[in-house]
Design a protein around this ligand. Sequence first.
Ligand code: 8P5
Length: 451
Amino acid sequence: MAANPNARRFPEGFLWGAATAAHQIEGSPMADGAGPSIWTRFAHTPGMTVNGDTGDVACDHYNRWKDDVALMASLGLKAYRFSTSWSRILPDGTGRVNQKGLDFYSRLVDELLDKGIEPLLTLYHWDLPAALDDRGGWLNRDVADWFAEYGSVLYRALDGRVKKWVTLNEPWVVTDGGYLHGALAPGHRSKYETPIATHNLMRAHGAAVKAYREIGKHEIGLVVNIEPKYPNTQSPEDLAATKRAHAYMNEQYLDAALLGKYPPELKNEIFGDAWPEWADEDYALIKQKLDFIGINYYTRSVTQATDSYPLKAGAVRQKLGTYTETGWEVFPQGLTDLLVWAKDRYGNLPTYITENGAAFFDPAVAEEGRVRDPLRMGYLKKHLTAIRDAIDQGCDIRGYMVWSLLDNLEWSLGFSKRFGIVHVNYGTQERTPKDSARWYSKAIETHGASI
Ligand SMILES: N=[N+]=NCCCCNC(=O)[C@@H]1[C@H]2[C@H](O)[C@@H](O)[C@H](O)[C@@H](CO)[C@@H]12
């Protein structure tokens, strides 16, 4: 008997979409009165990105936005997650509003709505205004007020047309990459700055949510990356290392936002004297009611004790594992496991998978205009199935945004890694939907029954 096509459909109203970020696709970072961001500076600093790639052109979305929305509609997307460039809106980071910058996003939102595509707007996807970095950036406690001011400009302009807001994208990457290891802008390497940046990011998140409750009438949440940690052995050392890594990457930010405290491992086992004592009013600011959380999932980590600084934990490559071009193991079970973990720890908040995808080596566009990407199709199929398993286990998963709509600027890796379901020829800016895009369109059309 044919399998019941409805057996594994996704819940009614499940939001199927794709995600991008301003600096990774827009280009024209200084157009129409915009100010520089820390990524404008970082990428133009020799040696900071592969091949010296920058966001000066990227996918030229700043000029091609209307065609890109038409492309989204042609793929049948029901939602589009994007971020706004803080320094397009406020070139100095605070104060003067650049109306042309605001108008760009207002036109984009109107075009999305006109095509029946719901916008999900992320306020901060790593591109802090350079002017604010010059004033200490995430190390200056005033950044909470600066961020709330920026959010309020957008809330007043777009709330109602935008009904799902996100404050921060992946605060863990911002601090681990930008302040501890220095691989990402602003390129600092300090165990002492890292907790300060973390705490101010979370204070800024809280301040932006508080401001939204005064101005907005819809929903706001936080997006974190979660990478489930599995001990390499049951040795006490590996178990302790796994616990540290889990606290540092997975518990730290949602615990602060939802529970009003940080995991004890942060001070007791990782940062020690570099972990300041924070005032109670800070925790009260950070812990604001959220309408949803967004989880970005890419991979898991089989973890062992190492002498790495300061975590003393590291990943073990799996001999029988399948790995993506970014060296991440394909492990869909990790997505089911983390969703059940989050449900149990934080009380089954409405949850969106706000990013999931993979970089694989894609062939060039064939004569017949196809890009065959079977590995990406397999990745998406396995991870959507993992989400359905989590839903069957009671998780309140409301939607899925594939990362990414377009091949784009992969931060310090430049254009060397392609995550898109749509191929971008960076020389001609031609867009070509890959086989995975066609597959994803069918999944959307059948509410998941075709997966
Ligand atoms: N080891 N390891 N583990 C995986 C850790 C993943 C951390 N990086 C992300 O989540 C970034 C997120 C970002 O939002 C987007 O802007 C990036 O383009 C994608 C792809 O990189 C992902």
